[in-house]
Write a protein that binds this ligand. Structure first.
Ligand code: 3HC
Length: 299
């Protein structure tokens, strides 16, 4: 087994840059990902659901923090990363540019979005950069809980009244394709995969993970009586996998470019939170400076 690199090890500059790109995008996805679900905390159907959702959204904030801290070990400051997000230079996952219209969307996000995230992130526990790999271990444990809580919401809705089942199916219909897009463009159109696989930053290709996700998720939908919205979906005995219909890559490209249905709202909410938190950062810096001065005076 290959040893992972630590921050003190020599590394090619391009390797460092790729890591900062991927890890910071990942961190941004975690914190932007708090928004669509945060939107439902005050409208959760009961206290139990509200407490669970609150904890989940808090976990995502924690994931963002581990990932920013891990990316900072590569010499890029958190302020630089946040600035890149706010100016549109850095990306975050396309999935968070879609609106959460009903409570069933919270189930679908946990089941499909966190499910897709785990599929991508379990192999990242063996990524070649140690601080990233170690952050992934805890993140994967929590994402796995998130996936189950989402599936449990869907299970209840699908077994409920006709209107609840309709809501669950509608959420699956709207989130299925965007979830497949989370894995990134097809391998033959992915400029970074080959090099990242060679560096062992990525351990699987985008298409391989997408296929794994489809193969695991389709039987889960069937088990609760929901239908995956893809007329071309078919078990392929020879491959031991599902064949599935084409993903709308034009839509993906538009969303990556910032044209997603709620992209503007998401970025406005992030910028507002950053600006309104300025006093907390100032207070923390002032406190740290005061402590450092007191320590120096005592020496
Ligand atoms: N959304 C936005 N941008 C995407 C994307 C997506 N779903 N998929 C690909 N892209 C971008 C890439 O970042 C790249 O652009 P860049 O060169 O400017 O950075 C371009 O499209 C081409 O794609 P590649 O396949 O060549 O890029 P990568 O090799 O980086 O692969 C990836 C893309 C598979 C998403 C990879 O970056 C990755 O594994 N990232 C870590 C995991 C991650 O970021 N997950 C976010 C999911 S959400 C999440 O985890 C939150 C949880 O709470 C649900």
């Amino acid at each position: 087994m290959m040893n992972s690199l630590s921050r003190k090890d020599w590394m090619p500059e391009a390797y460092r840059k790729t890591l900062v790109r991927q890890m910071s995008q990942h961190a941004h996805s975690e914190i932007v990902g708090m928004l669509p679900e945060g939107n439902w905390i005050t409208r959760a159907p009961n206290l139990r659901r509200k407490a669970i959702l609150l904890a989940k959204v808090q976990d995502e904030g924690g994931h963002g923090l581990y990932l920013y801290a891990a990316a900072e070990t590569l010499g890029t400051s958190r302020d630089e990363m946040i600035e890149a997000l706010h100016s549109g230079k850095a990306k975050y996952s396309t999935i968070f540019n879609y609106p959460t219209l009903t409570w069933a969307d919270i189930g679908a996000i946990g089941w499909l979005v966190d499910g897709a995230a785990i599929m991508n992130q379990v192999p990242l526990q063996r990524t070649s950069y140690g601080p990233y790999a170690r952050a992934m271990v805890r993140i994967c444990k929590e994402e796995s809980f998130h996936q189950r809580q989402g599936y449990e919401i869907m299970m209840h809705l699908a077994a409920g009244a006709a209107e609840q089942k309709r809501m669950a199916q509608d959420a699956l219909n709207r989130w299925w394709q965007p979830s497949l897009m989370m894995f990134g463009p097809p391998d033959d159109q992915s400029p970074n995969t080959e090099q990242s696989m060679r560096w062992r930053i990525k351990r699987d290709t985008n298409d391989a993970l997408r296929q794994k996700f489809v193969d695991i998720t389709v039987p889960q939908a069937e088990a609760i009586g929901l239908t995956v919205p893809d007329p071309e979906l078919k078990w392929n005995e020879a491959r031991g996998s599902y064949d599935f219909g084409a993903v709308d890559w034009e839509e993906f490209k538009a969303v990556v470019k910032g044209q997603g249905p709620v992209a503007k709202e998401r970025m406005a909410a992030r910028v507002k939170a950053w600006e309104e938190g300025a006093w907390v950062r100032d207070a923390a810096r002032a406190h740290a400076a005061k402590r450092a001065a007191a320590k120096q005076a005592a020496e």
